[in-house]
Design a protein around this ligand. Structure first.
Ligand code: ZN
Length: 153
């Protein structure tokens, strides 16, 4: 998973998570990326180097009752990662409840048996994501796709 710093024509800065640079270019050319602040599709990649770690914040999902997804493996090819991400995304949208900023707390409580396990998705900060991963909670970053927003309607 690659985190790219993006900006729209109005200068809003945001991050996009992609399988690779080629994945980003492909999504960009198909107008699949838009600014989360204003919806503009005039998106540019900022000049800073892409990072291979978690961003400042991003969407994540925990699927404790589903077929256990693992965090993206560094050994997987971009094609495999993409296929996996798409498969996972469909699964996530069909099976998860959006708990928003409660994600980190609820995922941890489920992992510790304080809450009935159920598939959830939501937002997490990089620090929270690291905490969850270190605690052994199965979470996966979700790509920033319009599909995700459609489920909110
Ligand atoms: Zn914008």
């Amino acid at each position: 998973m690659k985190v790219l710093d993006l900006s729209c024509e109005q200068g809003h800065l945001f991050e996009g998570w992609f399988g690779s640079d080629a994945d980003f270019q492909s999504q960009l050319s198909r107008a699949l990326i838009d600014c989360p602040m204003c919806g503009s599709q005039q998106i540019q990649k900022r000049l800073s180097a892409p990072r291979l770690n978690l961003g400042k914040s991003g969407a994540a999902a925990s699927l404790p009752t589903g077929p256990a997804p693992s965090t993206p493996g560094l050994a997987a090819t971009p094609a495999e990662q993409q296929a996996k991400a798409l498969r996972l995304l469909r699964q996530v949208l069909a099976q998860t409840e959006d708990v928003g900023e409660q994600f980190s707390q609820q995922a941890l409580q489920m992992h510790q048996g304080e809450l009935e396990p159920r598939p959830i998705r939501g937002q997490t900060t990089a620090d929270q994501a690291v905490e969850l991963i270190e605690a052994g909670v199965p979470i996966v970053p979700l790509p920033n796709l319009p599909l995700l927003k459609q489920t909110l309607q």
